[in-house]
Design a protein around this ligand. Structure first.
Ligand code: PRX
Length: 663
């Protein structure tokens, strides 16, 4: 491998675990009632036929004629079929007589801020929003940006767009105005749905203000629809800005849906690649909905009549799209959506929510599990968590220690844990234990989901044997796969389909253990994973060199106990740059701020290391691996220069280990 994977389990710790081969089979009681039984893997021996069978559990207005057309790397699933995603997530449950079931238990960050939304209510809300959007000019084939807090209107807005055949592009509320305008321009968006703000860490955040700023650069946007969430003052542009409560809440609560081609764009989700420019990952309707609803049923063992599910993720990222919105709602589930941070109103907030709403399925990221772990097991122990029956993890490799803590202190040792590997590009879960079948190993994502074909290959694309590591590839098309990068088919081919001909290159390192089970080892490219947020080193470097005093920057993802990885920037200054009166702090702060402004506060470097030069190979390439090792050397302070004797020694030592010709 050219570069060691940037995961959280490496080397000796991983070897010890592999050697131990410890695994946890599901309890007999769980096995007896599980949705997925052993036969599922053999049932899916013909993947296209199996996925077709699963797709039939959705409601189609017109059946498809061909299940798959595969012109590598472009797939079309369920060709000729017509359906409506919002009808599948809402109307059909009401039609089937389940309208009084709760769809969403919404919990705001301020205590006692609650809403209970049944499927009947959700249908009325989605119809009103669809009517309002139609009146404001949104049509099938348009794109709509959604920049919202975690409130029910966000789900309603997404489903209303889907109902009209307009693709939504939800932009995470933590992105800056600049990042927002880049995305709006890239997808040629004319319509934005936002809110005045949301609640985060006890205070109202500003969203509309960022939209106003972003739209100075997006003259094509002629309408914004604004939800009043916090009541804060906002600027208002007459003729462009419309309040949600004026435009939506007076609309009729019924709306006749139109049915769209299975390949109708459903959404675009921007994500970071290895260059500074984020990629607009396109998902379409029929295949995607099949993938997320099927995985939701089997991986989470959903029993929609009795479960209360909680995907504790942000709707602004793909986990929220697939497993807060489309997966659970397509299955008629009852779910909890919580607006805020885990410690709003006390560090036991999550456990109070689980206890009060009797949450049975909890899905979150390792970074959050590690934070909850740091706060101590007394907090969950003080609450009745006996309603929980299944736990999930997503977004980064889960370290075995966190896995074991999750199992013991949250799952009471009875809940199976599903460590699910997937990506924005894959649409839905790809590698995972199945809870009634797999004896899961702490830290391993285990096996491909039925109907999914993956491999681990070496540099030359040859499959590695058990006990060996390499690059993760996906070898057959799957229904939820991205249909491409918005506006850039060549980049789609180059990024994913050219490294190993005929296969999708995921960008992750993986290892097959002696039993053939899969361990994900982290990214092998320049993508970082910081608290489950995907960021590219190039994107952050690009932001930093935007500061007038900066000559050059190299960014690495250094491992971090809580956030998985943290952004560390090595920066050289221009000759003319003045350090603030001998004190580097003001300049370092200014560099951090420039990152917050260009991307968002979540991308700010943990550490900035000022250096007269960046270590480069003889061919002029920055030695990132060396820099990562320097960054991971914990004695380094918050601001350190590479000329500090301690660092110079460290670099010398590391050069001796790595050699100077690192790629
Ligand atoms: O490196 C893998 C990591 O997250 C990347 C995908 O990030 P994103 O598109 O933002 O989607 C995150 C939510 C699906 C992958 O390339 N990743 C995701 N899940 C896991 C994981 N790494 C290890 N184990 C996982 N379970």
């Amino acid at each position: 491998m050219a570069e060691a994977p940037q995961g959280s389990i490496h080397g000796e710790a991983l070897e010890a675990l592999l050697h131990e081969r410890r695994s946890f089979p599901p309890t007999p009681a769980f096995v007896a009632q599980a949705n997925a039984q052993q036969s599922i893997y053999t049932d899916a021996a013909d993947p296209v036929e199996w996925w077709s069978q699963e797709a039939r559990t959705l409601e189609w207005a017109t059946p498809w004629t061909t299940p798959l057309e595969w012109d590598l790397p472009f797939a079309k699933w369920f060709v000729g079929g017509r359906l409506n995603a919002s009808v599948n997530c809402v109307d059909r449950h009401v039609t089937a007589g389940r309208g009084s079931r709760v769809a969403i238990h919404w919990i705001g960050e301020p205590e006692d801020d609650r809403r209970t939304i049944t499927y009947n209510d959700l249908l009325a809300m989605v119809c009103q929003a669809a009517n309002a959007l139609t009146e404001l000019g949104v049509r099938s084939g348009d794109r709509v940006a959604i920049y919202m807090p975690m409130i029910p209107e966000t789900v309603v807005a997404m489903l209303a767009c889907a109902r009209l055949g307009a693709a939504h592009s939800v932009i995470f509320g933590g992105f800056s105005a600049e990042a927002l305008s880049d995305r709006i321009q890239d997808a040629d968006i004319r319509f934005v749905i936002t809110a005045d703000g949301g609640y985060r860490r006890g205070a109202p955040s500003a969203l509309k203000a960022h939209v106003d700023e972003a739209l100075k650069l997006c003259p094509e946007v002629h309408r914004t629809l604004v939800v009043r969430r916090t009541g804060q003052d906002v600027e208002w542009q007459e003729g462009r800005d419309v309040w949600w409560h004026d435009a939506v809440e007076s609309q009729p609560t019924t709306h006749d849906p139109e049915y769209f081609d299975a390949e109708q764009p459903l959404y675009i989700m921007y994500t970071s690649g290895t260059t500074a420019k984020p990629k607009g990952i396109l998902h379409t309707t029929g295949g995607y909905l099949t993938h997320v609803s099927t995985t939701y049923r089997y991986v989470f063992d959903l029993k929609p009549e009795t479960d209360v599910v909680w995907t504790a993720a942000d709707i602004g990222w793909v986990t929220g799209h697939s497993y807060i919105v489309y997966g659970p709602l397509a299955n008629g589930a009852t779910e909890v959506i919580y607006e805020g941070v885990p410690d709003a109103g006390g560090r036991d907030r999550w456990w109070r929510i689980v206890e009060e709403f009797k949450v049975s399925i909890l899905y979150t990221a390792p970074t959050t599990i590690r934070t909850l772990m740091k706060w101590g097991e007394e907090l969950p122990a003080a609450h009745d968590l006996s309603s929980l029956r299944l736990l999930g993890s997503v977004g980064e490799p889960i370290n075995p220690e966190a896995w074991m803590w999750y199992r013991e202190h949250i799952g009471g040792t009875r809940c199976p844990i599903v460590d699910t590997w997937w990506q924005t590009e894959t649409g839905g879960i790809m590698i995972t234990p199945l809870p009634g079948i797999t004896a899961a190993k702490p830290g391993a994502a285990m096996r491909p989901f039925p109907g999914i074909s993956v491999d681990v290959v070496d540099n030359d694309g040859r499959s590695v044997g058990n006990g060996e590591g390499g690059f993760l590839v996906i070898t057959e098309p799957w229904p939820g796969m991205t249909r491409g990068i918005w506006g850039d088919p060549q980049r789609f081919k180059d990024t994913y389909w050219s490294r190993f001909p005929g296969a999708y290159f995921a960008g992750d390192g993986a290892k097959r253990d002696e039993d053939g089970d899969l361990w994900l080892l982290g990214r092998v490219d320049d993508v970082m994973n910081v608290s489950g947020h995907r960021l590219s080193t190039a994107e952050v470097e690009h932001a930093i060199v935007g500061h007038p005093d900066v000559a050059e920057a190299a960014v690495v993802g250094a491992s971090d106990e809580t956030t998985g990885q943290a952004v560390v920037a090595f920066v050289t200054l221009k000759q003319s740059a003045e350090l603030g009166g001998g004190d580097e702090a003001p300049l370092v702060k200014a560099i951090r701020d420039v990152v917050a402004q260009s991307i968002g506060p979540f991308a700010k470097p943990r550490q900035i290391i000022l250096t007269p030069e960046l270590p480069k190979t003889r061919s002029g390439k920055i030695m990132r691996r060396l820099l990562r090792d320097v960054a991971e050397h914990r004695e380094l302070g918050d601001v350190t220069t590479l000329t500090d004797p301690a660092v110079v020694n460290l670099i010398d030592e590391m050069m001796a280990v790595h050699g100077a010709d690192e790629d």
